[in-house]
Write a protein that binds this ligand. Structure first.
Ligand SMILES: C[S@@+](CC[C@H](N)C(=O)[O-])C[C@H]1O[C@@H](n2cnc3c(N)ncnc32)[C@H](O)[C@@H]1O
Ligand code: SF4
Length: 364
């Protein structure tokens, strides 16, 4: 799997105000940051945010790891604004990166461009990307998105490399619609790439390069970033698709997982990267511990009705329990094959510096 780590030299670092408490300016308002009472460890927690503009999706991809939580909720711009003000002013966390997508297809929300503008305005320095299946990238929607005057990266999801493999995962006719959407985006963005980066996010379906579609290759040559990932298969294992036939039905995929793949991949015992480092917020504010969590067991709070400190505190505690008592002790995670992982050492060091525990140092 290709893992992209985002780093930024422009993180929101609290300044010290005349009151002696840290403060920052949000939306033209000067906000004082209070140290949360629960935060005995005196730590600023690095958080990667997944904000779901909608739980609705117009496709039902075979491999999609979020589709069992698809629904009918759309995120309201006012709700998003309130949540982001809380997050941006919280001294318990530091937003290291934002995904303006999670479970659904972001463009199913008619106010997506407004949500994008709000997110960038309130968290201007955290790298922001969002993924789309591209089928709704009409000239009108593309112009709305390009008119949002802030930087962001759009990933168009195209799987396999040709029509047959893409459509096997995403449904008949979707390859052509997605290719049309990507072309519209690249054409309207024009030569002056400005503030919008465009990428292709491709699930590797083990297709040989010689079978790739020529138009796909032409468009990939025009994007700023091409990310090819090994699929995340049911049960949390990142594993190659051996044969396209495995995607013929849910049963075929589950048979392959349970008979061939999972038995050779033991469930790790330690904490995964995600728990305690990611917050995934649904359109109603319910916030889950990781992107592949479904149902109430993975919910650590509600960012619309509770404080950011409370929700982050529960997420960090969830991770601590997993690290101390083992993954198998947590019902939600007991069978998950996501590898063990810590946050990148570079982020840890940067957070200590922000916390005043180490001298500042430039890093790439
Ligand atoms: C859940 S989708 C939501 C956004 C949008 N509907 C889309 O398809 O791009 C977010 C990203 O997850 C990727 N994705 C979905 N299921 C996956 C899987 N099993 N393995 C790897 N990536 C997956 C999609 O390709 C997409 O880039
Ligand atoms: S388009 Fe995206 S959200 Fe919808 S089913 Fe496919 S991967 Fe999942």
């Amino acid at each position: 799997m290709v893992l992209i780590w985002y780093t930024s030299g422009h993180d929101i670092l609290p300044a010290w105000g005349s009151t002696g408490r840290p403060c920052m300016t949000i939306n033209g308002r000067r906000c004082t940051l209070f140290k949360p009472l629960h935060d005995q460890s005196d730590q600023i927690h690095p958080i990667w945010l997944w904000l779901d503009p909608t739980t609705r999706c117009n496709l039902s991809c075979r491999l999609c790891y979020t589709k069992q939580s698809h629904g009918k909720l759309d995120l309201e711009p006012d709700d998003l604004e309130q949540v982001l003000i809380k997050l941006a002013t919280s001294s318990a966390m530091k937003v290291k990166g934002i995904h303006l997508n999670w479970r659904g297809e972001p463009l199913m929300n008619p106010y997506f461009a407004e949500l994008l503008a709000i997110t960038r305005r309130l968290l201007p320095h955290s790298p922001l990307q969002w993924h789309t299946n591209g089928t709704l990238l009409t000239p009108k929607r593309v112009k709305e998105i390009l008119a949002v005057p802030y930087s962001h990266t759009i990933y168009v999801s195209i799987d396999g490399g040709n029509q047959a493999s893409h459509d096997l995962n995403r449904g008949e006719g979707s390859f052509q619609k997605t290719m049309r959407g990507l072309r519209t985006l690249l054409d309207l963005r024009g030569r002056d790439h400005g503030h919008v980066r465009v990428g292709v996010y491709q699930i590797d379906l083990n297709e040989p390069l010689e079978d790739y579609d020529s138009e796909f290759l032409e468009l990939v040559a025009r994007v700023d970033n091409h990310v090819k990932v090994t699929p995340l298969l049911p049960g949390g294992a990142h594993h190659k698709i051996r044969e396209l036939d495995d995607l013929e039905s849910d049963e075929a995929l589950h048979r392959r997982m349970s008979q061939d793949i999972n038995p050779s991949l033991p469930v790790p015992t330690g904490a995964c990267f995600w728990a305690g480092h990611t917050l995934c917020m649904a359109p109603d504010g319910e916030t889950s511990i990781c992107v592949i969590s479904h149902g109430a067991q993975g919910v650590v709070g509600n960012l619309m009705t509770e404080t950011a400190e409370t929700v982050v505190g529960r997420a960090v505690d969830f991770r601590r329990r997993m690290a101390e008592d083992g993954r198998q002790s947590i019902l939600l995670c007991a069978g998950c094959r996501k590898p063990e992982g810590e946050i990148h050492a570079k982020h840890t060091a940067a957070l200590r510096r922000a916390d005043g525990r180490e001298p500042a140092r430039q890093y790439a």
